[in-house]
Design a protein around this ligand. Structure first.
Ligand code: FAD
Ligand code: OAA
Length: 341
């Protein structure tokens, strides 16, 4: 039977990781990635890349935990291989601190990260404004390195990559059998999906190589994340704000909040400001849809809307998208067999 031609729209973290998963798990297909932007110009490049899940209100917790575990295990294996530095993956230990005791003292992901425990009184003395804290070790991606590494994997697997903006998924009907939509915030326009909205995030990437322990305020607004090449200082969460221009007042505010937690950051050098729009939705949209025009059909698998947590769950959602693509292939093969009989 001829190979099914799959087009993946989007070359951020979700498009690249989904294309890699499909090309490695489904032999009877060819994979092409089509996108208007590539690394270093995607939202995924701006992210801190920490594996600390955000909760999607519209998805059962056991499902989110499974996606996180699959992602953590995958990156942990890379971290323990000769690929670690190329892929930009490192293990990082640190503290999540709270001004008031959180509802979830033991979050659902506590037994996936390593060494999760409550902070000691002694550790908490470093943060006089905070009353409670969690200590653990997790993984962090240097996002541009990881995206380049995924692109390299794709090319090694024989996939094609094209730069092009798609106005309507139906444009792909004449050349491809199945489309996988990983267009992130672009799905608002491409699919007319008004459930997805931007949550603007501004961060600073600074040079401060002596900082090697992460600190995250549990309110999710202030964080210090050391990575392989720089330290990410965050952040902002501005719902429905589409501006990609850096805001100098926010930069000062982020810097001051981070210095309040880690005063040595006053000596940080080479401060770069980055802005990204989190593709936020109550639930990641991971489902099949059949587009129909003039009696012709185009199966589509959607995988978008990862909001603040794409890095934490991307491998798990890529696996689920690949399973849905497998179902589409089985249906296409079933119908072409029927047509021959
Ligand atoms: C400041 C900030 C910090 C973050 N920190 C973390 C973190 O520490 N941990 C974590 O887990 N997550 C984090 N995130 C969230 C994470 O960045 C996102 O969940 C993830 O990057 C989403 O990936 P994506 O591939 O869906 O989107 P994108 O990276 O935006 O990729 C979408 C792709 O689709 C393409 N596209 C869109 N429309 C079209 C079209 N019509 N035609 C062709 N191509 C199209 C775009 O060009 C792009 O290539 C953070 C986000 C921000 C903004
Ligand atoms: O919340 C965090 O720790 C980092 C993150 O995912 C974001 O800013 O979206």
């Amino acid at each position: 039977m001829a190979k099914q031609k799959i087009a993946v729209v989007g070359a951020g973290l979700i498009g690249l990781s989904t294309a890699v998963y499909i090309s490695e798990s489904i032999s009877k297909c060819s994979v092409t990635v089509i996108s208007d932007k590539f690394t270093p110009n995607t939202t995924s490049d701006v992210a801190a890349g920490m594996l600390i899940p955000h909760t999607y209100q519209g998805i059962p917790i056991h499902q989110q935990k499974q996606w996180f575990r699959e992602t953590f295990d995958y990156l942990f294996e890379i971290n323990n291989s000769s690929e670690a530095s190329d892929a930009g993956i490192n293990l990082v230990s640190g503290w999540q601190i709270f001004k008031t005791i959180p509802d979830e003292v033991l979050p659902f992901w506590s037994d996936v990260v390593l060494g999760f425990r409550s902070m000691t009184e002694e550790e908490l003395k470093k943060f006089p404004q905070h009353r409670f804290g969690q200590a653990f070790t997790t993984l962090k991606c240097d996002c541009p390195s990881y995206l380049l590494w995924l692109e390299k994997r794709l090319k090694e697997n024989g996939c094609q990559v094209y730069a092009r903006r798609i106005e309507d998924l139906w444009e792909l009907h004449s050349k491809y059998d199945i489309v996988v939509n990983c267009s992130g915030i672009g799905s608002r326009e491409l699919m007319g999906d008004l459930e997805i909205h931007p949550v603007r995030g501004q961060v600073l990437k600074v040079d401060a190589p002596w900082v090697n322990h992460f600190i995250r305020d549990g309110d999710g607004l202030t964080y210090i994340y050391p990575g392989i090449h720089n330290v990410t200082l965050g952040g902002t969460r501005q719902k429905d704000n589409w501006s990609l221009s850096p805001d100098p007042r926010s930069s000062k505010d982020i810097f001051d909040r981070c210095c309040a937690l880690e005063p040595s950051l006053q000596r940080a050098q080479d401060v770069k400001v980055r802005v990204g729009l989190r593709p936020s939705r109550l639930a990641v949209r991971l489902q099949k849809e059949i587009l129909v025009h003039d009696g012709k059909k185009l199966p589509v698998v959607h995988n978008y809307g990862h909001g603040s947590g794409g890095f934490s769950v991307h491998r798990g959602t890529a696996k689920e998208a690949a399973r849905l693509v497998g179902e589409c292939i089985a249906a296409l093969e079933g119908s072409s067999l029927k047509a021959k009989l």
